[in-house]
Design a protein around this ligand. Structure first.
Ligand code: ADP
Ligand code: MN
Ligand code: MN
Ligand code: MN
Ligand code: MN
Length: 357
């Protein structure tokens, strides 16, 4: 099989061709298993507002999102971004999935989250997500691990510098640049504790835009990795044993928490979160129980605890926040494979109240 890596130079000839005024919009959506799907559409002119983007559809019976006898699922554009792969006026379009009877598709968790965010817009809730992930090669071995063996124990890899400590920095750098080009509010990157595991942060983002930007950043990561023939895994515990799992720490603040004296509101939020621990856990990612063991910088899935600067707690208040008396808190429970719409949605519901309140 010829690979994209080998063919990149040839492809360049074609990507440089003029498009005769037309633009390509790559529509993205989330499928029944939280994978991203996408397909491209030619538009007759440059897009300058969401209203320029037509509703579209796809065969939901091929993605587990609709039965074969009634297979159309509709794609309603909700946000668009410059496309770092095609460049020019070409764009990436994030879409919500809707059924033909006018109800949101079962896997469209954005719709309910947006209702919560809109109802509580006055609270100006900000989120910052720390997306961890693991690289695999195309034979499903952890990327660059010794064949049939293991690397030396964890320790030198976190924020590591130098050969033998980090791998695939080119993939990570390409993704970072692609996110910046697309206008994603990516706030940083770092190599993680387990070798071949990395993290990037997106945020702070207000309300529903957090989920939108995280999903688009994941799309960009999968696309960049395609070009390097590397696989991205968001599994929370990709390797059993003495290897860190992968999370998606969720940093949260409301306008009240960010003001002087905000600690009072942070404490109140933590009290509310304690009461709904189990409900939150059900939305914090599949197989997260394999990760939340009470070891490897996690609290046990069965207990709720909070603490200042404690990376073994469910909720951590950063030391600097405790010192200043206002700021934000970190929910360390969400797994790397979360749907951010579910997590940010229940967070707003728990802290600010359900919509009928
Ligand atoms: P950690 O020390 O846990 O590794 P990181 O630096 O990786 O922390 O991530 C911190 C995250 O917190 C970033 O995504 C940042 O955008 C986010 N953040 C910072 N301030 C706030 C705030 N006031 N509200 C919500 N999120 C915030
Ligand atoms: Mn909606
Ligand atoms: Mn981090
Ligand atoms: Mn991390
Ligand atoms: Mn963190």
């Amino acid at each position: 099989m010829s690979s994209l890596v080998e063919n990149t130079a040839i492809l360049q000839k074609y990507t440089n061709l003029p498009q005769n005024g037309r633009v390509i919009a790559e529509y993205l959506w989330i499928d029944a298993e939280y994978n991203i799907r996408s397909k491209g559409k030619t538009l007759s002119k440059k897009v300058t507002s969401l209203d320029d983007l037509p509703e579209w559809n796809f065969d939901g019976s091929s993605t587990g999102q609709a039965p074969g006898h009634n297979s159309d699922v509709y794609l309603r554009p909700v946000a668009y971004y410059p496309d770092p792969f095609r460049r020019g006026d070409n764009i990436i379009v994030l879409a919500e999935c809707w059924n033909s009877d006018g109800t949101p598709n079962k896997f469209n968790h954005r719709h309910a989250a947006e209702k919560l965010m809109t109802a509580h817009a006055k609270e100006q809730t900000w989120f910052g997500l720390e997306q961890e992930y693991t690289l695999f090669d195309n034979l499903d071995n952890v990327y660059a691990w010794p064949k049939g063996g293991f690397p030396a124990p964890q320790g030198p890899y976190y924020c590591g510098v130098g050969t033998g400590k980090v791998v695939a920095r080119d993939v990570i750098e390409a993704h970072y640049r692609a996110c910046l080009y697309a206008g994603i509010n990516i706030s940083g990157i770092n190599a993680e504790v387990m070798p071949s595991q990395w993290e990037y942060q997106v945020g702070p983002c207000e309300g529903i835009s957090m989920g939108d930007e995280l999903w688009v950043s994941r799309y960009l990561l999968h696309r960049v990795a395609e070009e390097f023939a590397v696989k991205i895994s968001f599994h929370p515990k990709p390797l059993k044993g003495d290897w860190n799992g992968a999370g998606c720490h969720t940093n949260v603040s409301t306008a009240n928490m960010r003001k002087e004296g905000g600690m009072k509101y942070i404490d109140e939020a933590i009290e509310k979160l304690a009461k709904r621990h189990n409900e939150h856990i059900t939305l914090y990612g599949a197989d997260n129980d394999q990760r939340l063991t009470g070891r490897h910088e996690t609290a046990s899935v069965n207990t709720f605890m909070s603490g200042v600067a404690n990376r073994g707690a469910s909720i951590r208040i950063p030391r600097s926040v405790a010192k200043e008396g206002y700021g934000y808190f970190e929910d360390r429970r969400p797994a790397s494979n979360i749907d951010p719409y579910l997590v940010t949605g229940i967070m707003v519901e728990t802290i600010c109240g359900s919509i009928s309140d």
